[in-house]
Ligand binder design. Structure first.
Ligand SMILES: [Zn+2]
Length: 158
């Protein structure tokens, strides 16, 4: 095994997906393809189950990145982050929920919630995203049931 050599710094940064709102996949996707929506936020899932019990993605409805959020949006982001973490963590199959935002892929804000399955201590830490691709996919009916539970949790504003 050899370490990959580090490339020299690029003189310019490449554009991200959806730098122009008209080219943004999130902005062009209708609410029907989302798990949950409200006036300013939407939650989506990958199209099919993966190795982790649950992966959901919180997005702004408007074409905004993290640094563009108003004080109101930022406050709502905090509340929704906590609500989603609680909802996912309360599933029987989940031990912990990792919340991630990578800024290099999409220009449209996406906050990823990744559930670590209970008891799988080997998956702890930042490499859990790779385990999502390696592990056998979660059984589809369980996955759909867990997503419905999360949607109901988000709908419950009490
Ligand atoms: Zn967008």
């Amino acid at each position: 095994m050899r370490l990959k050599p580090i490339a020299p710094p690029s003189p310019s940064e490449p554009p991200r997906r959806g730098e122009e709102p008209g080219d943004c996949a999130s902005c062009r996707t209708g609410d029907d393809d989302y798990l949950w929506t409200n006036d300013r936020w939407r939650v989506k899932t990958p199209p099919k189950p993966s190795g982790l019990p649950v992966v959901v993605i919180l997005e702004t409805r408007a074409h905004l990145d993290l640094g563009d959020l108003s004080t109101m949006h930022a406050a709502e982001l905090g509340v929704l982050t906590v609500r989603l973490e609680r909802a996912i963590r309360s599933l029987d199959s989940v031990a912990r929920v990792h919340v991630n935002r990578w800024g290099d892929g999409s220009a449209h804000l996406q906050l990823w919630f990744l559930a670590r399955p209970k008891g799988h201590l080997q998956l702890r830490g930042p490499f859990m995203t790779m385990w999502d691709d390696i592990l056998p996919a979660t059984e589809e009916s369980q996955w759909r049931s867990d997503l419905e539970y999360i949607r109901a949790w988000l709908d419950d504003t009490t």
